[in-house]
Ligand binder design. Sequence first.
Ligand code: AP5
Length: 196
Amino acid sequence: MAAAHDTTTAPEVVLLMGPPGAGKGTQASLLAEERGLTKLSTGDMLRDHVRRGTPLGERAQAIMESGELVPDDVIVGMVRATMQAAPAVRFLLDGFPRTPAQAASLDALLDELGARITAAVALEVDDDELVQRLVQRAHEEGRSDDNEDTVRNRMEVYRRQTQPLLDYYAGHGALKRVDGLGDVDTVTGRIREVLP
Ligand code: AP5
């Protein structure tokens, strides 16, 4: 009798991309659980370092509060260590990669691990809605980078440094553009439809 295919260890790497407030973190949590993937959020990892007051956190805090990007070597080192230590290459990446150098490092790491990107999902949300969501979160949670100046810079940094990556993934046939407007469940359903 043929052995059943073990889907729980088959490599799967889904990227969730999009501007600040697009819903990457929200959707990553829902879909990671549903698909048996480990959510790897570089923003959450950095905030954890800041909370614990590690040297990395001390270095990252001011950069995050300005809305700029933490240096590529710091981010890539963090992601590499986590992915290499995992029992299987099954990840949902939230907010990584964000620069061409990070994308190249991810490709090299996945090559080493014998995996490749399953899909790069880009959540599309207009600026007015993004600002509204982040202002609302500022009231509810008080995240230190959700103030008006920093939000404006985060959006600008996204446009300048991260948006060009969408063309890179389109060129590799991995890009899936998804309308990020509407309620959370509706958006989850749209993402489900584009994932293989
Ligand atoms: P990060 O934490 O990744 O922040 P971000 O990209 O600015 O994204 P957000 O967390 O604000 O938004 P999101 O798209 O995840 O949406 P969410 O689901 O939270 O990064 C923070 C900083 O860390 C960066 O600025 C940088 O300094 C540094 N950093 C992180 N990664 C890095 C990297 N790779 N390289 C270098 N530096 C890095 O939703 C937002 C709000 O909207 C929530 O309140 C949510 O409840 C709500 N919401 C979600 N979906 C919906 C919906 N469908 N309808 C209505 N409201 C919704």
